[in-house]
Design a binder for this molecule. Structure first.
Ligand code: KIV
Length: 272
């Protein structure tokens, strides 16, 4: 972590935008529980996202579509308890902001008031422009999300790279400019070509946070459980694994079971 990010006791939208200006990369990871969030915060991550990836990671679901607003509020509240420095962002789940602006504003307000999140994240392009304007006017910072937007999986039908064709790439750049103009402070770019992500990054005021979008973004995000190697079935090329936690955990469980079965645990020292 560079000296300038360390200088900040709390990461705010202003700090994020300053980091973009200074060319200092933004590190974002996800959390769904207080213990992991504490370690992330102590390690110095800039943004902690309570993602609707809670569906895949925590709930054992195949898509993020079923996640509810109450579940996001619950997990964000839990994470809030241990986050002191990082900016805490909550993902707005599918159908919590799509029906109409009034309902969306009320739901985003609930998330900030009840969970302690400092910003909300939502997927989508120009369709949510007016909502973003309203939310930022009210004082609810918004992080956008373009490219592969998992809440639209039934529309896309695939988790493949997005915007590889000219038309979709052009539309994505336009959407990014519209969202930035409407007031998002940051924009997640998921699974799009690196050159396109770089073009978006240099074209907008908001900070871009890439996931499978190359090195040209202002920052990077990964799902924490993926980068820790907890999911041995999920190996997309954009995930770099920094630990082999599945292996470590399984070995630990096996050793414990063996010790119990062989009457080696607990020892006298571990007893009262
Ligand atoms: O839900 C999530 O974790 C996300 C990140 C992958 C950006 O949206």
């Amino acid at each position: 972590m560079s000296a300038s990010a360390l200088d900040h006791k709390r990461i705010t939208t202003k700090v994020i935008l300053q980091m973009k200006k200074d060319g200092e990369k933004i590190a974002m990871l996800t959390a769904y529980d207080a213990m992991t969030a504490k370690l992330l915060d102590e390690a110095g991550v800039d943004i902690i996202l309570v993602g609707d990836s809670v569906a895949n990671v925590f709930q054992g679901l195949e898509s993020t579509v079923p996640v509810t607003l109450d579940e996001i509020i619950y997990h964000t509240k839990v994470v809030r308890r241990s986050v002191k420095r990082a900016m805490l962002v909550a993902d707005m789940p599918f159908m919590s902001y799509q029906v109409n602006t009034e309902e969306a504003v009320r739901n985003c307000g609930r998330v900030l008031k009840e969970s302690g999140a400092e910003a909300v994240k939502m997927e989508g392009g120009r369709r949510i422009k007016d909502l973003i304007i309203q939310l930022t006017e009210i004082g609810i910072p918004v992080m956008g999300h373009l490219g592969l937007t998992p809440q639209s999986i039934y529309k896309f039908g695939t988790y493949e790279v997005r915007a590889t064709e000219k038309g979709e790439a052009k539309e994505l750049i336009e959407d990014a400019k519209i969202l930035s103009g409407a007031g998002v402070f940051a924009l997640v770019l998921e699974k799009i070509p690196a050159a396109l992500a770089e073009k978006v990054t240099t074209s907008i005021h908001a900070a871009t946070i890439g996931i499978g979008a190359g090195a040209g973004c202002d920052g990077q995000v990964l799902v924490t459980n993926d980068m820790l190697g907890m999911n041995e079935q999920f190996h997309p090329r954009f995930v770099r694994t920094y630990a082999k936690l599945a292996e470590t955990m399984r070995d630990g469980f096996k050793e414990y079971i063996k010790d119990v079965k062989e009457k080696k645990f607990p020892s006298a020292d571990e007893s009262y």
